[in-house]
Design a protein around this ligand. Sequence first.
Ligand code: HPA
Length: 283
Amino acid sequence: MKKDIDVFKKELAETVDFLKGRLNRKADIGIILGSGLGELAGELENRVTIPYAEIPNFPASTAPGHEGQLVIGDLGGKTLFCMQGRFHYYEGYDMETIVYPIYVMKSMGIDNLIVTNAAGCVNADWNVGDLMLIKDHIKLLPDSPVRGPNCEDFGMRFFDMSDVYTKELRDIAKKTAAEQGLEIREGVYYLYPGPNFETPAEIRMIRTLGGDAVGMSTVPEAIAAAYLSMRLLGITCLTNMASGILDEKLTTEEVIETGMKVKDTFIRLLKGVISSWEIGSDD
Ligand code: HPA
């Protein structure tokens, strides 16, 4: 936390008070919808939609395929707090700003989070359009969303990262996928800062380091979720083979197009997972 802690807490309280004033119920699960996956929000019942621009102290989203609004509504017997559009490092935000919504969720009593994203497929044995459960991540950027003075009201100075992508939730997702006849991958997500896509040499390096997918999001939010003791499920849509694997150029159009093609399968999986998700009575 680079900002003064008292200033941060005051801003957070303003955001949370505003949102509580607009909502008539507590949400069970937070969900961040990645590029091209925002349509899940359209499936929610009893929806309340709040553009980010109306929310005090909330950043604005500029990425393509991201709506930039909160949608709160019901799905699979749970109330979801859905971010249609997230904040990325490549947009120029610092990591503290990127994870602000995670603090907002936690302060609103949400202890469960789903992050989704689009990523390049580094694992040459897998295919475009495959879905991957994030098992772990690699971040070589020196920056961290929780760098700076620590406030123990939120989390510990040093905190465990051995089960960031909660195993129990990955097991639910695997079981749900099997029931739906869906082959799902499980692998390591490598954070690349962007906004340029990687070079073929960088992709070979990422593969050597153990990355299966490469993308420009999710890791700051995952670190914040671990810091704030939230349970986390991460699902990646592999929208394209990573740079240099095929003899073709990477485009945003391909990323969005694959997201659209996979969207129905993705939504079915998410619905199934959310229905099976046990929200603890102390959550
Ligand atoms: N690289 C980084 N981010 C991405 C990619 C990629 O190939 N595809 C979708 N997001």
